[in-house]
Design a protein around this ligand. Sequence first.
Ligand SMILES: [Zn+2]
Ligand SMILES: [Zn+2]
Length: 299
Amino acid sequence: MGQASDTELEVLNREAVHAFFGGRTGVLATMHGKERVIVPLLSEALGITLTVPRGFDTDRFGTFTGDVPRAGNQVEALRAKALAVTEQYGLTLGVASEGSFSPHPLLPFATLNLELVLLLDREKGLELMGEASTTETNYSRRAVRNLGEALEFAYQSGFPGHGMVVKVKELYNQPQDLAKGLNTEALLERAVNGALAKSTAGHIYLETDMRAHFNPLRMKCIAEATRSLVDKVYNLCPECGWPGRTKVLKRGLPCSLCGEATEQVQGVEYNCLRCGHIAYEVDLNRTTADPRWCAYCNP
Ligand SMILES: [Zn+2]
Ligand SMILES: [Zn+2]
């Protein structure tokens, strides 16, 4: 018998994944239009039906506009959301997504958008998370003194394709001091003038609206994170068929000159969290590392 081709493997994997989830109905914790990218990708790949409940308040787990602080760190908030939505709707499958923006650890002045999408299967006891990050984001804010400055900043930041937020004060906000989802000049003008009239400082704050339905760049990153989740699900254990093997890069490729271990990648180790099966994959085309990576030959 010959080796199965990639397409045959894909079909087999697909059948196995669909059988695993058994065509169940799951629920997606979102109220910001993320279903547009998440639902088609996941329902197709997992063979499930994903519903989007009306009236599930994801904002109580934290908002980008800062009026509700986030519950715990990004992963904790994500788990809390997925668990809450399955409990509320009495289902065993839940999906939640959560994003963050922070200064890039290596690139000065760049902002990193990290998106996480979590799949929680309470029937099988499975939790898998996909992630994607990008510096392609319009995350920014500016103090402005008049409508002209506000419009200039807005158009620089992708308005009106991307929405804006107007705040009277920088940090602390009463809900009445905050206007979100501004994606027309008329809406922006009214919010800016209203905030300026309330401001005692002579300036107000304008920010990009980072909620997914007002931010196409973020939506793109959420789609990427969902695809990464699908890849994880499709990483099935050859022994027990469980999805989501972990993947660890193994370093230590020997130097071609002296044979010492280098930091270059030697292979990939796959671990099944359920049965403990370990599979090791090496790149047969790379048996030794160039001496320039060697700490001894090229210190
Ligand atoms: Zn296994
Ligand atoms: Zn060497």
